[in-house]
Design a protein around this ligand. Structure first.
Ligand code: TTP
Length: 190
């Protein structure tokens, strides 16, 4: 049995896309970065913690936890606090390249595996009005970096280098390889 330790509808859709059967049990953890914690250590710690919290409730299951953050100039951008915060993040990303880092963790009893994947995302220039319009759609509110590449946010992006599904919240190629190591099949039909 695979359990997805995530409340993210995007992660549910992505995992279902590769034909994996799973149930959902959401981990509610504190996502505050530790003092001077670098981005990779941060996302890997959170992904593992989400998986471990849920694994403690399901002793036999393989549990998948993940965390996505946006990094610009080495600084971690999580979800916006409010609309003003979202607009500030988008203005910072506009016309520049940033990194989206997603860590995936699998936990089964004592066994744990965590990997993180980076995608480079190039934003086009954005006017103040475009930023305000995009924020008003409500799309930024529950997303790291205040945008969703799979939604209206698609037209903010000039180009990406690397995994697309990693930006949306789960790097599918790497996740499938990790699941294989835990004997969880993908493409299960029926
Ligand atoms: C950059 C980007 C992020 N996101 C989302 C993916 C994640 O759901 C969210 C980052 O927040 P996370 O804390 O990684 O995940 P979450 O709180 O939504 O869910 P959970 O912790 O329960 O697993 O941002 C997009 O949907 N599209 C994007 O283009």
């Amino acid at each position: 049995m695979l359990i997805l330790a995530s409340g993210s509808p995007r992660r549910r859709e992505l995992l279902a896309q590769i034909g994996v059967r799973f149930e959902v049990d959401v981990a509610d953890i504190d996502e505050t970065p530790e003092a001077s914690e670098v981005a990779q250590a941060y996302v890997e710690r959170l992904a593992l913690e989400k998986a471990r919290v849920v694994a403690a409730r399901h002793s036999d299951a393989v549990v998948l936890g993940a965390d996505t953050s946006v990094i610009i100039d080495g600084e971690i951008l999580g979800k916006p606090l409010d609309e003003a915060d979202a607009a500030t993040m988008l203005a910072r990303l506009a016309g520049r390249k940033h990194q989206v880092l997603t860590a995936v963790a699998l936990v089964n009893g004592e066994r744990a595996l965590v990997r993180s994947i980076i995608t480079q995302v190039h934003f086009r220039s954005l006017s103040e009005e475009e930023i305000q319009c995009y924020v008003a759609t409500g799309e930024p509110s529950d997303k790291a970096g205040s945008y969703g590449i799979q939604g209206f946010g698609a037209i903010l992006v000039d180009a990406i280098e690397g995994s697309y599904s990693n930006v949306v919240g789960l790097p599918l190629t790497e996740t499938a390889a990790m699941l294989k190591e835990f004997n969880v099949p993908v493409w299960q039909v029926g």
